[in-house]
Design a protein around this ligand. Structure first.
Ligand code: GRF
Length: 204
């Protein structure tokens, strides 16, 4: 399965995907790493792995239509069949979501539908979890649709919230789980072990 990874930051989930491929645990190929940030660490990871590292941002275009047309060209040129958002902080244009229906995943550092939606990213998520008094948190892989963090859930895994947790200590515990479940979710799609019934996703 030919994957296009989108990232805005350091790219630790991207690295986890590459590690799974290199260990022979994920039958897939990363065809490109695309970032909206020219200084994203994920671009450097791509370059050091000989993967096309592409900086593309809506800011470079007069409107969303020209941006999404360019994005679709880039995806087509690189034969991308499946998109993995990995620490990507921008909305995917609706035109791309439509063409890649049920073939775009995102990883979120909380148990959706709780603690999700616009503005819920990075440390804001963990601050909200701690402020809520929740005793568990975790990570969610979900299908991307036209709204932030709302698409059907594919895999979730929980972590305990400890008494003296800070957003940083909780983020670290959740990130370790993200690196486990993202490759697992992609593997299920790559091996055609996913069924989607009435908007619910089941892996078998
Ligand atoms: C992670 O917490 C991920 O859940 C969120 O972005 C954060 C950074 O991801 N989507 P990465 O280290 O850049 O992969």
């Amino acid at each position: 399965m030919n994957i296009g990874v989108f990232a805005s930051g350091r790219g630790s989930n991207f690295q986890a995907i590459l590690n799974a491929i290199q260990r022979g645990e994920l039958p897939a190929r990363v065809m490109l790493l695309l970032s909206n940030r020219s200084d994203a660490g994920a671009l450097a990871i791509a370059r050091s792995n000989g993967i096309p590292a592409i900086h593309l941002s809506q800011k470079q275009f007069p409107d969303e239509n020209s941006y999404s047309a360019k994005l679709l060209d880039v995806l087509r040129e690189h034969d991308v069949q499946f998109i993995a958002l990995a620490g990507y902080l921008k909305m995917v244009p609706a035109a791309v979501v439509r063409i890649y229906r049920n073939r775009i995943l995102n990883i979120h550092p909380a148990l959706l539908p709780s603690f999700g939606g616009p503005g819920m990213y990075g440390h804001y998520v963990h601050e909200a979890v701690l402020a809520s008094g929740a005793k568990v948190s975790g990570a969610t892989v979900h299908i991307v649709d036209e709204e932030y963090d709302r698409g059907p859930i594919v895999i979730q895994k929980t972590v305990p919230v400890e008494q003296h947790d800070t957003p940083e200590t909780l983020a670290e515990r959740v990130l370790a789980v993200e690196h486990e479940i993202y490759p697992q979710a992609l593997k299920a799609f790559a091996e055609n072990r996913v069924t989607i019934e009435e908007g619910f996703v089941w892996i078998h």
